[in-house]
Ligand binder design. Sequence first.
Ligand SMILES: Nc1ncnc2c1ncn2[C@@H]1O[C@H](COP(=O)(O)OP(=O)(O)OP(=O)(O)O)[C@@H](O)[C@H]1O
Ligand SMILES: [Mg+2]
Length: 269
Amino acid sequence: MATESILIIKNVTMQFGGVRAVHNVDIDLKSGEMLGLIGPNGAGKTTIFNLITGSIQPTEGDILFKGKTIRGKRVDEICHLGISRTFQNIRLFQKMSVFENVALGLHSKPHYSLAEAFIRTPHAAKAENELKEKAYELLKMVNLQDEANKPAGILPYGLQRRLEIARAMATNPDLLLLDEPAAGMNEDECNELVKMVRNIHEQMHYSIILIEHHMNVVMDLCRDANIVVLNLGEVLAVGTPEKIQNDPKVIQAYLGSKRGQNDRYATPA
Ligand SMILES: Nc1ncnc2c1ncn2[C@@H]1O[C@H](COP(=O)(O)OP(=O)(O)OP(=O)(O)O)[C@@H](O)[C@H]1O
Ligand SMILES: [Mg+2]
């Protein structure tokens, strides 16, 4: 029996005034699978995430999550349905601690009343302890448990990216969208990130879409999965890492892109 789709993007177009950021895009993500989303700068990758999470509404087309349309739904409604994301431009509460950044996400679903929290009933205290445990569990998954009390803003860039992942996991999503989680990371940090994301995927059984410019990272994480290549808002190719890497259209799109990304299109290690 074929695995069911968790997310279906159907013929979606996004027009910003005169700019057509996304054009007639179809994507089908099966439940529990990982999908790579790559393409040159300005290809429309982040716009796809903005569409899935409801921060913008498609000009045309439909997006189905667990079989139902999410068109017209608000960001918070979509988050409650089970979709969570990280941001290309990190969006943490810089002055709050690492722990608090994760705990805030967990607090979005309190299991006790405000009155109970105020007078600290045993029920509220138990719930607080559970929240603390859960936050540490998530911090451990991204290896940040020892940084829990530091302000998020003083963490090196690579660690802030990992904290973004833990915070996204706090809402207990079924679909996790990672927007360039390896941006700004060196090779060792990239290798560590690959292990971390693989471990999260295996342990949490999330469906994951990964936008990434570091080719080694995306090819490695998607070695048993498909990659969608976007170019100028359109799907240029879909397939396994091997198929994508040998596709002349894909190679041309990268070599011809403004940033000259042939160096980023390295063969995976
Ligand atoms: N809110 C917006 N208003 C107007 N134009 C936008 C908006 N968001 C994105 N765009 C435009 O849509 C196109 C696609 O942008 P997008 O951010 O999706 O690209 P990307 O593939 O994520 O690129 P990068 O790899 O650089 O992050 C670009 O031309 C961008 O300028
Ligand atoms: Mg982007």
